[in-house]
Design a protein around this ligand. Structure first.
Ligand SMILES: NC(=O)N[C@@H](CC(=O)O)C(=O)O
Ligand SMILES: [Zn+2]
Ligand SMILES: [Zn+2]
Length: 439
């Protein structure tokens, strides 16, 4: 049994669109041929007759790309199921076109032990939606005091180590973690934040903070960790990946590190490419996230860094919270916004539809490049690859409506934004895991 997606608009090697038919057999891309090629090109004589009974999907006028990959997400389970579960989070992911997602360990208990890694993997398998790759914590309880058992966590299925949600405050602790991770050929993924420079500030330093009499988070609180960790990565040889880069200072340091061959990679979130602190309309905690929205200068630096390869990939940092929590106001509400269901349309509308980026540029930063950085066997539309695919409608315009989200989280600053580029169907290993009601 298989599927045949006909008349799909597909990006070729040169990044140009071509009309293709994609044959999927046993969860893999069996063949990709010109859309008007005859059936004989799709099936050779070795294809068993029963496999020729295939389901047809007409993709006329729609883009088909490799399933999106999101290497930084919060699924909240175990412990915070009122915010999100692995099931609702992965449903939100596939609705947003993501087929592979890597989830952060700041759950309760923290994913600092093999049992919790396995629980996450089992729940993800039960949900049967996106492929879920768990990260494990660097330190027990993400408390920064004692390293976790890296070997056992790797053995249980963790794909990297991070204390996301907090920075590892001790340089020695980080260095020890990097040595251990390097020996296991595993990456260290860092939330960069020096707590002594933050002191409970809810937003970035700048005009908004001044106007509202709020403390500001300075750019150095991020960049100091980036600089420190780059030196430690140089000393230890680990693959060091910087989370949610948001400042021009961090970018400068990453650029220099890459120039001299240090094994550093970096990610950026859609909101840090689209919004600055000047856009925050008032004391609404749907605009509160960590790192915070910074200055227009930082936004410009993030865009340029993605364009010149200093930043490798785009991630959402999908961070659902309940409405009650977000109603506590700018000072008291938790940091974080949801991201799965708006990421692609936001970036497509802002950067591709306007001609700033090619479609190929955006798609690569969300598919092939994260796969390359984290050595994943997906993210490409090629014969023999897993049939992780996303079909996208580039024409219809629709406003962001949080009430329609599959996520339990409604916390987005993008409500009402009119966007194009909405995913309409998602396949994981050849299984249709999501389809839009109206097309
Ligand atoms: N990004 C956020 O604002 N919040 C994240 C934590 C994190 O990514 O640091 C969360 O877990 O809610
Ligand atoms: Zn973080
Ligand atoms: Zn995060």
């Amino acid at each position: 049994m298989g599927q045949l997606i006909t008349n799909a608009s597909v990006l070729n090697e040169q990044g140009k669109l071509e009309s293709k038919s994609i044959l999927i057999i046993d969860g893999k891309i069996e063949k990709i041929v010109d859309a008007n090629a005859g059936v004989s090109l799709l099936f050779d004589s070795s294809t068993p007759v029963e496999e020729q009974r295939i389901e047809k999907v007409d993709a006329q006028g729609k883009l088909v790309i490799p399933g999106l990959i999101d290497m930084h997400v919060h699924l909240r389970e175990p412990g915070f199921e009122y915010k999100e579960t692995i099931e609702t989070g992965s449903r939100s992911a596939v609705k947003g076109g993501f087929t592979t997602i890597a989830c952060m360990p700041n759950t309760r208990p923290v994913t600092d032990n093999p049992e919790t890694v396995k629980l996450v993997l089992n729940k993800a398998a039960e949900a049967g939606l996106a492929k879920v790759l768990p990260y494990a914590a660097i330190t027990k309880g993400e408390l920064g005091r004692e390293l976790t058992d890296f070997e056992a966590l790797k053995e249980a299925g963790a794909i990297g180590f991070t204390d996301d949600g907090v920075g590892v405050q001790s340089a020695q602790m980080m260095k020890d973690a990097m040595y251990k991770a390097a020996a296991l050929d595993m990456p260290v993924i860092a939330h960069c934040e020096d707590n002594t420079l933050v002191e409970g500030a809810p937003v970035a330093e700048g005009e908004f903070a001044r106007r509202h009499g709020l403390k500001g988070i300075p750019n150095e609180s991020e960049a100091i960790h980036v600089g420190r960790d780059i030196l430690l990565a140089e000393a230890t040889g680990v693959h060091y990946h910087v989370c949610h880069v948001s400042t021009e200072q961090s970018i400068r340091l990453i650029r220099q590190a890459k120039e001299i061959g240090i094994n550093v990679t970096a990610e950026v979130c859609p909101h840090h490419l689209l919004l600055s602190e000047e856009d925050i309309p008032g004391l609404d905690a749907n605009w509160k996230m960590n790192p915070p929205l910074r200055s227009p200068r930082d936004v410009q630096a993030c865009i340029e860094a993605l364009q010149d390869g200093t930043i490798d990939i785009i991630v959402t940092d999908h961070a659902p919270h309940s409405e009650e929590e977000k109603a506590k106001g700018m000072q008291l509400a938790p940091f974080g916004i949801v991201g799965f269901e708006t990421a692609f349309p936001l970036l497509y509308t802002r950067f591709v539809a306007t001609g700033v980026w090619t479609l190929d540029f955006l798609v690569k930063r969300m598919t092939a490049d994260p796969a390359k950085v984290f050595r994943l066997n997906t993210g490409r539309l090629e014969e023999g690859a897993p049939a992780d695919l996303t079909m996208i409608d580039l024409e219809s315009e629709q406003a962001v409506d949080p009430q329609t989200f599959a996520s339990k989280g409604r916390n987005t600053p993008f409500t009402g934004w009119k966007l194009k580029g909405w995913p309409v169907k998602t396949w994981v290993d050849g299984r249709l895991v999501w389809t839009a009601n109206v097309q």
